[in-house]
Design a protein around this ligand. Structure first.
Ligand code: MN
Length: 233
């Protein structure tokens, strides 16, 4: 096949303890999956039905990167999340079978232009500009489930310049991972390479150029991101 221009490289996540990479197919993100976070942004929680937004795989950035402060915002926020990596596809997956579709887990940062999200939400418009932008999907190296199992609880903590901003436990999720996989697979044929950001706990807040974000989830691993200066026009 002859392309008009060189096709973009496939965004791929390193795998801990391996020289193989996990190619990203799609990035699904769950909203409002921790009660205290939903409340801090003034939202009600829906215990029955999760909801989702997506990020382009091209917006992936690895842990440890330095990213420019993004355009179009004055309130750029961190959200520490457990990321689930789908290794085996499926449709209408039963909750009891869901974890068999998981390759592994990683820490993620769902970076957010919070001011845009607030105004878009108010106007009942799509969140794309707030959530799906360059370098907005930070994912650390994947820990295979074959090595760490399937975490159900585990402390999660995010620091900015050493100060604790987010502190919770993945066991506080409203919709646990098997329920998310079962629900999402009623709407999409899940495929190997799909990633699911499972939502953030309370304590989200702004970062500015020069800041360093460090996060960890007990039993899963860590993540870091450095905030650089905005790109000049
Ligand atoms: Mn999030």
């Amino acid at each position: 096949m002859k392309y008009l221009f060189a096709p973009p490289a496939v965004a791929s996540v390193p795998i801990l303890g391996s020289d193989e990479y996990f190619p990203i197919r799609r990035i699904f993100c769950v909203g409002r999956n921790y009660e205290a976070h939903a409340k801090e942004l003034g939202n009600a929680v829906d215990r029955e039905t999760p909801f989702y937004f997506t990020k382009a795989a091209a917006h992936y950035v690895p842990s440890g990167a330095t990213v420019p402060y993004p355009p179009g915002t004055a309130n750029y926020h961190h959200e520490l999340e457990l990321v689930v990596a789908i290794g085996k596809g499926g449709f209408n997956i039963a909750e009891a079978q869901a974890l068999a579709h998981v390759f592994g887990y990683a820490c993620g940062l769902d970076m957010t232009r919070r001011d845009l999200q607030a105004s878009l939400r108010e106007k009942k418009l799509s969140w794309d500009l707030a959530k799906d932008f360059e370098n907005a999907a930070v994912v650390a190296a994947l820990a295979p489930a074959s090595a760490i199992g399937h975490p159900v609880t585990g402390r999660m903590e995010l620091r900015v310049n050493g100060d604790i901003r987010q502190s919770s436990d993945i066991g506080m999720m409203i919709h646990p991972i098997p329920a998310l996989i079962a629900h999402l697979s009623r709407f999409y044929h899940l495929q190997p390479g799909d990633l699911i950001f499972t939502g953030t706990p309370e304590g989200v807040g702004p970062v500015i150029p020069g800041d360093r974000i460090e996060g960890m989830i007990e039993g899963v691993g860590g993540i870091a991101l450095n905030i650089g200066a905005a790109d000049s026009p």
